[in-house]
Design a protein. Sequence first.
Length: 366
Amino acid sequence: MLSHSFSLYNYFLMNKEPITIKDIANALGVSISTVSRALKDNPDISEKRRKAIQEYAREHRYQPNTLATTLRSTRGARSKLIGVILPQFTHYYFSCILTGIEETCSKHGYHIIVAQTGDSYEREKEIIETLRQARVCGFIVSQAKDTTQYEHFHEVVKDGTPLVFFDRICTDLITSRVVVDDYAGAFTATEHLIKTGCRRICFFGATMNLEISKNRYNGYRDALLKYKLPVEKEMFHICDNREEAERLTPEIMAMENKPDGFFTINDDTALGVLYTCKKLGYRIPDDVSICGFTDGIRAKSSDPQLTTVEQRGYDVGVAAANSLIKEYEAEEEDKHKYRNCIIKTKLIVRGTTKPLLDKWNPQEQQ
C-alpha cells in the first residue's frame, strides 16, 4: 500500500541507484518473477528460497519502487498522484502547508510526491520535468526564489495538467492560486508599530521578483504614508534570513538616524534582528520594536516573545489541495475555471512591541 507522501529524492534525485529486483535475481541466480513473488511472501515459492531472497533484500536495503507500482496500477485509469514542490521542507511555514496538503489529499483518496527546490531555478526545472514523466495528475507549487523564467510551468499548462500555485505564485500565466493576504498583514504590522510610537521603521524584505515581497513592501509603505511618515530608501533592505539579518543589523543600528522599529518578511529574519539588537545592548521593545511574519514555533520561544503576523499555513495547504482536486475532477467544460483563494492573516501581539499609545500624534513624534 502506497504511503500518502514520499520524497522525490528517494526515487529520482539520489546519485546512488537503489538495488532492484533484477539485481537480486542476478545475484541469487533466480528469475525476476521468483524474486517478485518471494518478496510478496507467495507460498508458491519454497520457504527456504523465500527467506533467502527476503534476507538478501533486507541486507542490501532493497526498497520497492512504490511510484512505479502506483503508475502501473493506474495505467488506463485516472492517476491519483499529485506532485508537490516546495522551496524547503524544514521551514515551519512550509511544513504546516505540507501537512494541510497531505491530510486533504489523503481524505480524498489521493497520494502526494514531494520535492524541494532549495530555492534553485535549475532544480525546479528538473523536478517539474521528472514529475511530468511520472505522469502526476497535478502540481501544487511554491516557486523558487530565483525563478524569473517560467517556460517549465507553461509546459505543464500545455499538457493540460492542473497547476496550483501557493505562497510564491507565478503571475506569468493564469492558474489557480492560494495566497495569504500579504498586503493586509504587512499594513497591519506596520500600523501597529506606528501606533506604539515607532516613527522610523526598517523593512527587511525579499527580492522583488516575488509577489509576496511586492505585496508586503506595499503594505509597509502604505501604512507609513497613511500616517504621514517618510518612505526612505535606506529603511528598505533585501534581507530574508537570520544569518543575513545578524550581519546587516549592526550596520543599520550604526546609522546616525537609526530605526526604532523593524518589520521583517519572516520570523527567522526578525529573530536575527532581535538577537543582534540585544547583543548590541538595545532593550527590546523599549529601544527597538520588532515584528515578524509567520508565527512559527520559535516566535513563542524567543525572549521576549515575538510579535508577528500569523500566516495560517495549514489552511493554505488545505485550500491548495482542494483547488487542485476540484480542477482535476471537474467535467471537461469546467476544467479551466481557475480558483483564487486569499487566506486572511492575523496580527499576534507579544513582547517585542510596546503597548499602544493612547493617541498617536505624528507631529509629537518628529
